[in-house]
Design a protein around this ligand. Structure first.
Ligand code: ADP
Length: 153
């Protein structure tokens, strides 16, 4: 399927949709948290990506399911290993802001082959980012369902 459509109205509609229309609540853990605790949090919060922050609540990294699986297989003591050791860290984090277009986020998810992005807000010049939300492939699926519902209206 080429994605080509005779309906410019639909693509115009999609361009107008912003990240904040489909965002989820972020699940955040502090960087000294153990890998074991992070796994518990992922189960309890039913999410696939954790955002890691420092004591000032500034974004420092991301931990995915596979990061935690890898750490668990490695024979390290997961009760004492902090997530900061295994996370993907800044400045290599792909982020977005709540006013960004949702299609920009979809491009980032595909090109970086990741499941989700933190939605961030710049705290102060030079002092990093605060995490205000999360946007994932699941949110993209909801968007698709909504578009299908409105089709022909
Ligand atoms: P999984 O590893 O469970 O399949 P992802 O595909 O989202 O989940 O993650 C793949 C890798 O990319 C992991 O090592 C993870 O730390 C990293 N990652 C996930 N989200 C981001 C992001 N927003 N920015 C940078 N790296 C990320």
């Amino acid at each position: 399927y080429t994605g080509k459509t005779d309906s410019p109205a639909l693509s115009d509609e999609i361009q107008k949709i912003k990240v904040h229309h489909y965002q989820s609540r972020p699940v955040i853990v502090e960087q000294s948290t153990s890998v074991y605790e992070a796994i518990c949090t992922m189960f309890l919060e039913d999410c696939g990506t954790l955002f890691i922050v420092d004591k000032q609540s500034t974004l420092v990294g991301v931990v995915s399911r596979k990061d935690l699986l890898r750490a668990s297989m490695g024979g390290q003591a997961i009760e004492t290993t902090p997530v900061s050791i295994i996370m993907t860290r800044m400045p290599n984090i792909t982020m977005c802001e709540k006013e960004d277009s949702i299609i920009e986020v979809a491009h980032k998810l595909i090109s970086r082959q990741i499941d989700g992005l933190p939605i961030v807000k710049k705290v102060d010049v030079g002092s990093g980012y605060e995490v205000v939300g999360r946007i994932t492939k699941t949110n993209m699926t909801s968007l698709l369902v909504d578009l299908a519902k409105n089709e022909g209206t």
